[in-house]
Write a protein that binds this ligand. Structure first.
Ligand code: IMP
Length: 435
């Protein structure tokens, strides 16, 4: 059962879209299993730049089966718009299937996301405003509306009435907002259901059937482990599980199906939204990273906070998700940057140095990063496809990341294009006689 889980090893935006696209070529099935349209995966194919929020990155290969599994919270309007824009550019979505169990993001989820964020004031999380938290909250509360409900008018009406009774009370009494109209929402979402109906199916059954046939399956994670609801920098996290285990619950597969887990790690660090970020560079260097790396959100356009690579975070990612491989991204962005720093530990006020990521938010707020300085390089690395041809200092940087993180850098990105990738080994076990 050759299955690979690909996840973000930092705070999201590591470049998962590019690596998913690269590995999708070697897979037969690509599965999105958590998160929703808060994600933004950028894929560069020649002159074309695609920004996907919900559709799995395997969509560019017409023969691959692409699944949006039950762990995703689905905004049907976003999905349909994304499919329409792909169609306009000649990309067919005939091989996309959507889980009958995926929860649906409703207009009140988006509205509450925004109103709740405003109410948090200085303590705001900096959500993407896509209704993610409120939709997962209804799922956990067992009151959510699922994709299957959009196909049943009576059921949808009953569930919508039940939900709106509560949401409209919240909107009017707590937030002083106008109530939302049931009938217009019902009509809009039934229409979405009718348009999605041909693609709606039991995706867990499909993926398990394909795995049983020995097909290669790629589980495409969204966000990153530091945004994980259980293992991230709570409460400054998303409402799903970007850790590798999320693939099992979100897609409905057993853990023994998974052969390898790839953690995508940017050669430096970025974060959008609020919350702890030990290696953040507030001044000129941070601005330079943002500018050179094009560090602006795919979904919200927000400027990302930038900083040095944090090996404490990388080691945590390896531990929490059992990463068997790392994909180190955007190495080219560090060209000409001068000496580079990697954070190897966190110093507490009493001088103690932590080498493991602390669980206590209070401790995290008191630490200062301990850095190791490495020589940089000035040579253009974007055309290099062979690890041994990289400048010696770039190779030393990569090797130090491997040592500190405790996992091999199997894939290395030196530019945004699919081909600007250095493979130092296989992520999927090679087929007999083949790749
Ligand atoms: P939410 O997922 O919209 O609720 O946002 C919660 C936190 O996760 C915020 O800090 C967002 O900026 C962050 N976040 C959500 N999705 C992504 C992503 O795809 N990349 C990076 N950060 C994200």
């Amino acid at each position: 059962m050759p299955a690979v889980v690909l996840i973000g090893a930092q705070w999201g935006d590591e470049g998962k879209g590019k690596i998913t696209d690269f590995l999708a070529e070697k897979s037969q099935v690509v599965v999105r299993y958590q998160g929703g349209s808060n994600a933004g995966h950028t894929i560069v194919l020649g002159p074309e730049v695609y920004k996907l929020h919900l559709v799995p990155s395997g969509i560019f290969y017409p023969e691959k089966l692409c699944l949006i599994a039950g762990g995703v919270v689905l905004d049907p309007a976003v999905l349909l718009a994304e499919l329409a824009s792909l169609r306009l550019r000649g990309v067919s979505a005939a091989n996309l299937r959507v889980s009958t169990n995926a929860h649906v993001i409703m207009p009140y989820h988006r509205l509450l996301d925004e109103l709740e964020e405003n109410a948090r004031g200085a303590a705001r999380i900096g959500t993407t405003g896509r209704g993610i938290g409120p939709a997962y909250r209804d799922k956990i509360n067992r009151s959510g509306i699922r994709v299957q409900d959009l196909l049943e008018p009576d059921l949808l009406s009953a569930k919508l009435d039940e939900n709106l009774a509560e949401k409209n009370a919240l909107l009017t009494k707590i937030y002083g907002h106008d109530p939302l109209p049931a009938e217009a929402i019902r009509r809009e979402y039934l229409e979405y259901g009718a348009r999605l109906a041909p693609s709606v199916t039991d995706t867990a059954l499909l993926v398990n059937e394909r795995l049983a046939r020995g097909e290669r399956v790629l589980f495409e994670g969204a966000q990153g482990i530091m945004l994980d609801l259980d293992h991230g920098t709570y409460p400054f996290v998303t409402s799903s599980n970007p850790v590798a285990g999320g693939a099992c619950t979100g897609a409905g597969v057993g853990p023994l199906c998974i052969d390898s887990v790839v953690g995508v790690l940017k050669a430096y660090t970025t974060r959008v939204g609020s919350g702890p970020f030990p290696t953040e560079l507030a001044g000129e260097k941070g601005d330079l990273l943002r500018q050179r790396g094009g560090e602006y959100g795919t979904t919200t356009g927000r400027a990302r906070r930038c900083g040095w690579l944090d090996a404490v975070v990388a080691r945590y990612a390896v531990r929490i998700s059992g990463l068997s491989h790392l994909a180190l991204m955007k190495l080219d962005v560090l060209t000409g940057f001068g000496p580079l720093k990697i954070c190897t530990g966190y110093r507490l006020p009493d001088g103690t140095i932590l080498t493991e990521f602390p669980q206590s938010a209070r401790v995290l707020s008191q630490i200062t990063p301990v850095y190791e300085e490495l020589a940089g390089w000035d040579e253009d690395v974007s055309g290099i496809r062979d690890f041994d041809r990289l400048p010696a200092t770039a190779r030393a940087y990569v090797r130090r990341v491997e040592e500190l993180a405790g996992a091999p850098v199997t894939l290395l990105a030196v530019g945004p294009e699919r081909e600007q990738t250095i493979a130092r080994g296989h992520v999927f076990a090679p087929e007999p006689g083949g790749q």
